[in-house]
Design a protein around this ligand. Structure first.
Ligand code: PMP
Length: 354
């Protein structure tokens, strides 16, 4: 840290992304990426012509992709906002609705970026503990006096709220924005997009990073009332209007055109999730019922941190959080069936050695 840094940021604890060690090739089950490549149409869209066009700025409104997303979700272009990954959108939402002492509520065990943004933007934040079974009690987020951020399905638990529960939270907070972060919704949860025409305080945030195999391209989108979307555009135009590059816009459009391919991948991942869950349960693990492309599991036969380290030695990366409440759990991204077979074999070996 230099002596020049604004002292407001001295104690800021930055977000720690999942590790990407370069020492050898790992089976990477630690950052919830898709194990499947982008569709042939997506690959073809990132072509020489598009690369030559990199000398030109991209369309700052990403109009072609915006319209495709609007059509897919049954809304209008004015209800859709694009950004450089959904983290970019969450950041804008914090700036717009809960910065400088304004109130915001989120769960104790949830996406780690919410507290980072809350600290970065000096929000007055309240952490609402999950229940003992790690579920969210929707009532605890109803009629609060500030903005609400909920990951649905939640991370790292994988548990999801029903649409009725989400609607209750949105309906009881008419004077505050409710952000529903649906990064993992395509793996079996219900989207709140169908509520955006009914409530002007709802912002649904999604990403191309998980179900659409584009984590490396950085593309997120949000759907909400046109006034909220206009707020976000105002902030985006005040920071970086060209926040999505041409190649990502082209890839994103082709991705929407090949939706069936991605739907099939989601189904494969859900099938592999069921298989992996059953195999871990046979080994005595407790696995939360996940609606995401990862599972959250614990065993009383081995400490969570130890399992993480031993798997890493064997070339399998999973995610361990040292947070007190979940330190005995591990979050395991669902890979291909072959990768999950190797993961299960390694877990078996580790338990036998123990
Ligand atoms: N929300 C949640 C709940 C996440 O787990 C992630 C992925 N780390 C994100 C948002 C951000 O995803 P991206 O910026 O890649 O769209």
């Amino acid at each position: 840290m230099s002596k020049f840094l604004d002292e407001r940021y001295n104690s800021l604890a930055a977000y720690v992304p999942g590790e990407q060690p370069q020492d050898k090739k790992y089976i990477k089950l630690n950052t919830n990426e898709s194990p499947y490549p982008p569709s042939p149409e997506t690959l073809a869209a990132v072509n020489v012509g598009e690369t030559e066009a990199l000398r030109l700025y991209p369309d700052p409104d990403g109009r072609i992709l915006t319209k495709k997303i609007a059509d897919l979700y049954g809304v209008e272009s004015k209800n859709v906002f694009l950004a450089n990954g959904s983290d970019d959108i969450l950041n804008f939402a914090f700036i717009a609705y809960c910065a400088n002492g304004r109130k915001v509520y989120f769960a104790d065990i949830t996406y780690g970026f919410y507290s980072v943004f809350a600290n970065l933007h000096s929000s007055d934040y309240t952490v609402i503990p999950l229940e003992d079974d790690f579920s969210i009690d929707a009532d605890k987020f109803c009629s609060v006096d500030g903005c609400v951020f909920i990951a649905n399905p939640n991370a790292p638990t994988g548990l999801a709220l029903s649409l009725q529960e989400v609607e209750k939270i949105v309906a009881t907070n008419p004077d505050n924005v409710v952000v529903i972060d649906e990064a993992y919704v395509d793996f079996g949860a219900e989207s709140a997009v169908k509520l955006v025409n009914k409530y002007n305080n709802l912002l649904v945030v999604q990403t191309f990073s998980k179900s659409r195999s584009m984590a490396g391209a950085r593309l997120g989108f949000a759907i909400g009332n046109e006034e909220i979307i206009a707020d976000l555009h105002k902030l985006r135009y005040s920071t970086n209007p060209y926040n999505i590059n041409r190649l990502t816009l082209a890839a994103g459009s082709a991705t929407i055109d090949s939706q069936n391919y991605y739907d099939d991948n989601c189904q494969k991942i859900m099938d592999t999730r069921a298989w992996t869950t059953a195999e871990l349960e046979k080994l005595g693990f407790f696995v939360l019922p996940s609606r995401a492309n990862f599972i959250f599991a614990t065993s009383d036969k081995i400490d969570g941190g130890e399992l993480y380290l031993k798997l890493k030695e064997q070339g399998v990366l999973i995610r361990h959080f040292a947070t007190e409440r979940i330190k005995n759990f591990n979050r395991i991204t669902i890979g291909t069936p072959e990768e999950m077979q190797i993961f299960i074999n390694n877990v078996k070996e580790i338990l036998e050695e123990n």
